[in-house]
Design a protein around this ligand. Structure first.
Ligand SMILES: [Zn+2]
Length: 280
């Protein structure tokens, strides 16, 4: 059974006014994102699915920010028009996601009404922005084409890197989408490299992980990645390497996992992780 905390953010409350019976906030935002895609299906094709074209079809003007906006992007009405401005100082893959994210703000019924004087609680704001990321993922990787792309076979590190390139998307966004849509219960781990201290040989650790609901193990932050894991080689060589069957020690138990590791290009991941590791 799905469980989500009660929405506390005013935009999420407004969104839930449009919920169908039994829908959670993420169900509603996914449905609304898909409705936008279906509306433009005949004109908007891919991969890659150009976010600039989608914004244009939605009547939103997109331009690089003229100054430092202290964020990846922003959306605002001016006169009769709606503008998205993006920080041009990002990789083109991140710019694509940023535009999709900003466009996702328009799915909230109070997008242009919300008074911004009151700063919502941090957790509520995180939930709201996370819903925008969910919709952004629907825009950048429309389900039909993405599912066709990943097929039903196990996914290799090189395949994921290739799919990311085909969709004009970052590795991290692509790996998350894979976990969401793959038939295999998988988990994507974002790992960081730390210089080994003293006699320590393990230098990669988990920053955070995004798991399929049916993934059997609980990968926790700070979990140290075995020094024999293929992930170390992928990081050292800066190449996607995978198809390695490994034993990982997780929460006091051994788990047998297939491991696919893909280095993240510098600045591509907002979370500053060094490696995406898909395990299943
Ligand atoms: Zn946002």
């Amino acid at each position: 059974m799905k469980q989500e905390a009660a929405p506390a953010h005013e935009s999420i409350i407004a969104l839930m006014q449009e919920a169908h019976h039994g829908e959670t906030p993420s169900d509603v935002i996914r449905r609304k994102a898909k409705e936008v895609i279906n509306k433009h299906r005949h004109l908007w094709k891919g991969p890659p699915f150009c976010p600039f074209a989608l914004a244009d079809l939605e009547g939103v003007i997109v331009e690089p920010a003229p100054c430092d906006i202290r964020s990846d992007g922003r959306i605002f009405p001016k006169g009769k028009d709606v503008y998205i401005q993006y920080n041009a100082d990002q990789s083109k893959e991140r710019i694509n996601f940023t535009i999709c994210h900003e466009l996702a703000h328009t799915l909230f019924p109070d997008c242009y009404k919300r008074e911004r004087r009151r700063t919502p609680a941090e957790k509520a704001e995180w939930e709201f922005e996370n819903l925008c990321n969910i919709a952004a993922s629907e825009f950048l990787f429309p389900e039909e084409e993405f599912s066709f792309e990943i097929g039903s076979s196990p996914l290799g590190a090189n395949q994921i890197a290739n799919i990311a390139a085909r969709f004009g998307a970052s590795i991290d966004a692509t790996a998350r989408r894979v976990v969401h849509l793959s038939r295999l219960p998988a988990c994507v781990i974002f790992a960081v490299y730390n210089e080994p201290k003293g006699k320590a040989v393990t230098s990669l650790s988990v920053q955070y992980a995004v798991a399929h609901p049916e993934f059997a193990h609980s990968i926790h932050p700070n979990l140290r990645i075995n020094s024999k894991s293929v992930a170390n080689r992928a990081y050292a060589q800066q190449l996607p390497i995978g198809s390695s069957l490994e034993n990982w020690y997780i929460r006091g138990k051994w788990a047998r996992l297939r491991v696919e590791a893909i280095p993240l290009p510098k600045f591509e991941s907002k979370e500053t992780a060094h490696l995406a590791i898909l395990v299943y």
